[in-house]
Design a protein around this ligand. Structure first.
Ligand code: URA
Length: 433
């Protein structure tokens, strides 16, 4: 088989066979196919798409490109949730403790942020001492003992995706539905969970800009998961604005803790409760409505917060930071971004908000970049809120004072201030089962 012929077939709109897809992914993994040919096929897929059969084959080949986890030593149903990536998306820090506090096991592997979206592992590393690597034995013991453990992805986990994603990122081929589905589901299926809830983001801060595209992506991923024997559900959630008010690692951990204390922002709390309800329901705890009530109670009675504190302690993190989030290290400098006119906050470019946070030092442009865990943004006004000229829209935090000018410029040009109050948009558009 020749890679040239595989590229040409897809370029001309052909359907690749299982053998051709396996040949491609094997060559990506062992380095025998050069980057320019991998990139060329990604571009051909971007333009010509893939059938569901091809997408399933690509997903399974990505899953099988490295180690597959065996969670059989974990007692009970294991449930995971995965977000397609957004700005201010700290839901894992809230939903996993809720679900674990209600007796369902959460054995979670999470990623780091790259580009405008944050990553759960970076947020956890904002907690002093928190270990994001555990041996398989310690990981499973922790899940059995306290119901929840969370680690980063090891190098041998779906290595084909690592290579593919790095090349897609620099060849403008990230936002292709079959490539996203195979990337996300390849990794999810390499882990050994029984049930998966997908949080498919839609809008200006996500890869899928329209609800229709997000639904199609969700359906594709749900079908792939089901064909691999998993219980699946996907929620289409709003990313036309950041989730909650905090963007940036320690700021988001603080907001997650406040949410578990029952004091979180309404939009973020609502999305967390809905995700937790579907995770519990897939795990057989009752209907989505019953499970939502259970999730609300786990926040109200403090058991979910207790579970987060227990997990942080078990993974070497400083529990005192979670017990009293006011003790998190503060950024050296802060800066108020003020509105130049009166009006309602209208449409915002959520991706640009993520980029503003990146400019402050909260994320990485390359994998080698160091993060300023205290950097980020607290939004004082969000879409639909009224603001007067001179009033604060957001507070910026950073240890690098020079970064404020650029971040402010990005934020202001990403925020529309308009005369009329914008129509309310749903937080959860629909459920794909
Ligand atoms: N997240 C992933 O893991 N892969 C993609 O392709 C997009 C989002």
């Amino acid at each position: 088989m020749r890679m040239y012929d595989v590229i040409k077939k897809k370029r001309d709109g052909g359907e690749l066979s299982t053998e051709e897809i396996n040949y491609f992914v094997k060559g990506v993994t062992d380095g025998s196919i050069p980057d320019y040919q991998i990139s060329a096929l990604c571009m051909a897929i971007y333009f010509k798409g893939m059938t569901s059969r091809e997408t399933c084959d690509l997903t399974f080949a990505v899953r099988d490109s490295g180690d597959r986890l065996d969670f059989s030593e974990i007692n009970g149903i294991r449930v995971d949730k995965h977000s397609t990536g957004g700005v201010g998306d700290k839901t894992s820090l809230v939903v996993a403790p809720i679900v674990a506090s209600l007796g369902v096991k959460v054995a979670k592997m999470s990623g780091r942020g790259l580009g405008h979206t944050g990553g759960t592992i970076d947020k956890l590393e904002a907690i002093d001492g928190f270990q994001t690597t555990l041996s398989d034995a310690d990981f499973m013991k922790q899940v059995n003992d306290i119901g929840f453990a969370i680690v980063g992805q090891s190098r041998q986990f779906a290595p084909a995706d690592k290579k593919l994603y790095a090349l897609r990122d620099v060849t403008a081929t990230v936002d292709s539905m079959p490539l996203i589905a195979a990337s996300i589901m390849g990794k999810k299926l390499a882990a050994d969970d029984d049930c998966i809830v997908l949080d498919v983001k839609t809008g200006s801060g996500s890869f899928m800009k329209t609800v229709e595209d997000s639904k199609a992506l969700a359906k594709l991923m749900v079908d792939i998961g089901k064909s691999a024997g998993k219980k699946m559900v996907a929620l289409i959630t709003n990313m036309d604005r950041p989730l909650g008010r905090a963007i940036g690692n320690s700021l988001e951990v603080i907001e997650a803790v406040e949410t578990l204390q029952g004091k979180g922002p309404a939009d973020f709390t609502e999305v967390c409760l809905t995700l937790a309800a579907y995770m519990l329901s897939l795990a057989g705890k009752g209907s989505a409505e019953e499970c939502r009530a259970m999730a609300e109670k786990a926040i109200a009675d403090g058991s979910a917060l207790k579970k987060l504190i227990e997990t942080v302690g078990a993974q070497g993190g400083n529990k005192k930071l979670i017990e009293n989030p006011a003790t998190f290290a503060k950024a050296k400098y802060s800066h108020a971004v003020k509105s130049v006119r009166d009006g309602y906050i209208g449409a915002v470019d959520t991706e640009a908000y993520g980029l503003a946070s990146l400019a402050l030092g909260a994320g990485r442009n390359t994998v080698e970049d160091e993060i300023d865990y205290s950097a980020g943004i607290i939004l004082k006004r969000k879409t639909g809120d009224f603001v007067k000229a001179g009033e604060e829209i957001a507070t910026l935090y950073s240890c690098n004072k020079q970064s404020f000018a650029r971040a402010e410029e990005i934020l202001l040009s990403a925020t529309e201030v308009c005369k009329d109050k914008p129509a309310e948009e749903p937080l959860v558009y629909c459920i794909v089962e």
